[in-house]
Design a binder for this molecule. Sequence first.
Ligand code: CP
Length: 306
Amino acid sequence: MKRKDILGIKDLTRAEINEILSTANVMRDMIDRGEKSSALRGKSVTTLFYENSTRTRNSFETAAKNLGASTNSITVSTSSVQKGESLVDTGRTLDALKTDVIVIRHSVAGSSKLLAETVNASVINAGDGMNEHPSQALLDGLTAKRHFGNVDGKKVVIVGDIKHSRVARSDAILFGMLGASVTVCAPYSLLPCGIDGLGCDVETDFDKAIHGANIVIPLRVQRERMDGAYFSTQEEYHEYYGVTQKRLELCSDDCIVMHPGPINRGSEISGDVADGINSMIVEQVTNGVAVRMAMLDLLVNGDNRL
Ligand code: CP
């Protein structure tokens, strides 16, 4: 891979996506065998998260350690950000500390790009506002590919709070590039303008959208990004847009359910679906470590660094 940063799926070529996924597949087999690597020995990876995270932050740190790198974690709530330090100045400080990779999550779209333009370190976007979450889409792609072998021609339905979701954008672009057909589904209030520009179908009737689906991806309602009411009650939302066992009967027989997490049972997904045989939610978490190992290895040891 010949690039300094990974900021979004839309920046990646199909060849780069395939390179990350095939490397991640090897990494996943390594994880299953309990093996570690020294590919990043002597390198350091810093996580800089301005928003909460359980899965992404921990899996980047686990991935870095699995490859022999040292890790540093900047907790924004206890860092000099609280004293007014800007993102650019924080980035310059991390550069002076000679970190090799900065993994950033920020509430503002474009913040990872700003950081990447500021620092010599490689930058990985771990979610910027409502823009992109590339490592999530890549781990979703890996999970689907490992399950089906190939996602070319599969029907992917992404349902829920599309408007506030960076995962919806990154997944729609990625699965489209892998040859799947993508439908996004939400009430009008949770559909952003221009979403069809990503090449996906748009539907407000979930029972219609889910028909024949091979992959269903429910998304959490992101109340923290909402400034008003987008639907009446959680019960009504679940009735019309929740992924339930009854709705899975409308899907293809081989259908899988993926969810980026965190899940809200009884809202976008019922508890029995989350824990059921179609659910890949736990598998996604382990694949997240594998994908992030691949991203770190390819960025740090890629051709641009030789
Ligand atoms: N999917 C995801 O980004 O989860 P976290 O917010 O826990 O990192």
